[in-house]
Design a protein around this ligand. Structure first.
Ligand code: HEC
Length: 167
């Protein structure tokens, strides 16, 4: 092999090495492209830092009463909303709990007319929407379960022996 030939051979070797490297690079890029196109989230997931789980020890153990089932009813009260468990309570919960606490409802007492007036007042001044046919169900529920409390109070006394106060 003369000098000229050796140079030429080296050049060829070099070139073929470079082509191999370029080819591998090309294949890699194509594969990466395919992965990115078909599983765009997988790469993002890989790059995301893994959340570290920190165990916090609670000093006060979670009481059973704090883990309330959504629809638990105790003593006739739907626990999560505080509403009396009766026909229509879910409607009242969804409608009347939308703007304010349901305590505003449960702490008020009125007859049907009174509740209707409150609803009308909210419709006129507080942007309460037209309740449509739900109004009747809601009013029936409220008038029945949150009626003016007369029964709880003692009856007027009768048959009392009044006596004169002496100074
Ligand atoms: C669009 C919002 C909205 C919805 C829905 C709504 N209210 Fe109200 N309601 C209000 C606002 C605002 C007030 C005034 C709150 C305050 O004074 O802090 C109010 C006040 C009240 C009060 C207290 C009234 C008073 O005299 O103090 C009661 C009772 C009441 N709402 C019952 C209901 C009932 C029953 C429903 C379901 C039919 C209902 N609300 C749905 C907005 C709403």
């Amino acid at each position: 092999m003369n000098n000229q030939e050796e140079k030429y051979q080296n050049l060829l070797d070099n070139l073929s090495k470079k082509i191999k490297v370029a080819y591998r690079l090309f294949v890699f890029v194509v594969l990466l492209g395919i992965v990115l196109i078909f599983f765009p989230n997988s790469v993002v997931e890989l790059l995301k830092p893994k959340p570290t789980i920190v165990q916090v020890e609670s000093k006060t153990p979670i009481k059973q009463t704090q883990v309330l089932a959504e629809d638990e009813v105790k003593n006739g009260i739907h626990v999560a909303s505080g509403l009396k468990f009766d026909e229509g309570y879910e409607l009242v919960m969804g409608t009347c709990g939308a703007c304010h606490s349901l305590k505003l409802v449960t702490q008020n007492r009125a007859d049907r007319k009174g509740w209707l007036e409150m609803i009308r007042w909210m419709q006129e001044t507080q942007k309460l929407w037209d309740l449509g046919e739900n109004e009747d169900i809601i009013l029936t529920y409220l008038a029945k379960n949150y009626a003016p409390e007369n029964k709880g109070r003692r009856e007027n006394l009768t048959n009392i022996d009044w006596y004169e106060l002496e100074n």
